[in-house]
Design a protein around this ligand. Structure first.
Ligand code: C5P
Ligand code: MG
Length: 305
């Protein structure tokens, strides 16, 4: 059953439609051997017509147009690359990494231990013991920020006040600069040009950690005081009766806990992943926690540090 397909339909569609019609024809046709079809030549070979090769024995496939196109393309590409050699890179991946700052202090001369733990974990109390016994200089990031907040003429006073009240982390440039200034004062005053520092409550955020280690001084490790929130809350509310701190109240304490879990714990995890954390359980009495602190530090630094 021959079916006519309109001429305006594309050739490919007509081929497919004709195939479909052949397979869907309802009347079975008796078997007949297929008619002999002369070997077809591909149309792009020379003349554009199908049909037997008019020059048998000679390869009809012309290679030179391809060689010419390839040569022209390669030439244009080389030209383009040469022209762009001096251009500024536009691809993000090609932008050179920002130059890392060289730390101001070498760890050979300046020993830095970061002291971390939730608010009320007992960092300040334990640092005071270590200062007494091992001659460290204690730098509390929170104390430095409060002093800057109260300093007459400080351009950051109001900003620091708001951040502390809300239990949020003050932009790192401020805190890192205050710490660097404090370290510089101590090292300059020391005849040996050396110093040993406990940096308490710092780094509380990853950017602080990276900025400090890249530009001020690489730290030895983190001394981490681990304490449950209920215990810390009890201590802070108790301290709030006399501390006069704007953030030792129930509302600010909750915000500080949240900041600690979400922003500061990742810093502890980061140092832990590098094997740079000495962890001390901080629930017991100050004397017992100090005993554990000394043991942890001695294991790491030896008897004399
Ligand atoms: O350590 P401390 O509890 O004294 O910190 C008080 C407040 O100071 C924090 O809640 C935070 O607002 C601010 N701070 C900071 N970055 C630090 C340390 C303290 O922004 N590294
Ligand atoms: Mg403190």
């Amino acid at each position: 059953m021959a079916q006519q397909i309109p001429r305006f339909i594309s050739r490919r569609f007509r081929q497919q439609a004709s195939l479909f019609c052949r397979f869907s024809a309802p009347v079975p046709r008796p078997f007949a051997p297929p008619p002999k079809v002369p070997a077809l030549r591909r149309t792009y070979a020379s003349t554009g017509e199908s049909g037997p090769n008019p020059n048998p024995g000679q390869n009809p496939f012309k290679i030179w147009p391809f060689v010419a196109i390839f040569a022209a393309g390669t030439g244009a590409y080389v030209l383009m690359v040469n022209q762009r050699i001096d251009m500024a890179p536009t691809d993000k991946k090609q932008i050179p990494a920002p130059k890392k700052g060289t730390p101001t202090f070498s760890p050979d001369k300046v020993t830095v231990l970061f002291v971390l733990g939730g608010p009320g974990a007992g960092k300040g109390t334990q640092c005071a013991n270590l200062v007494r016994d091992y001659n460290f200089t204690h730098l509390s990031a929170g104390d430095l920020l409060r002093a800057e907040q109260d300093r007459e003429g400080s351009e950051f006073g109001d900003l620091i006040k708001d951040y502390i009240k809300e239990g949020r982390i003050v932009p790192m440039e401020v805190t890192v600069q205050l710490l660097e200034n404090a370290i510089t004062d101590v090292v300059r005053a020391a005849p040996s040009g050396k110093g040993k520092f406990l940096i308490d409550g710092f780094p509380r955020k990853m950017d602080q950690a990276i900025k400090f280690e890249e530009t001020v001084c690489p730290s030895k490790f983190v001394l981490f005081y681990d304490c449950p929130e209920e215990e810390m809350q009890k201590r802070l509310l108790n301290r709030g009766k006399t501390s006069g701190r704007s953030d030792d109240n129930a509302e600010s304490i909750q915000k500080r806990f949240k900041t600690f879990v979400e922003t500061s714990m990742p810093v502890v995890d980061y140092f832990a992943s590098q094997g740079r954390v000495v962890k001390v359980v901080a629930t017991k009495s100050p004397a017992e926690v100090y005993k554990e602190t000394k043991e942890g530090l001695e294991k790491r630094l030896g008897k004399i540090f």
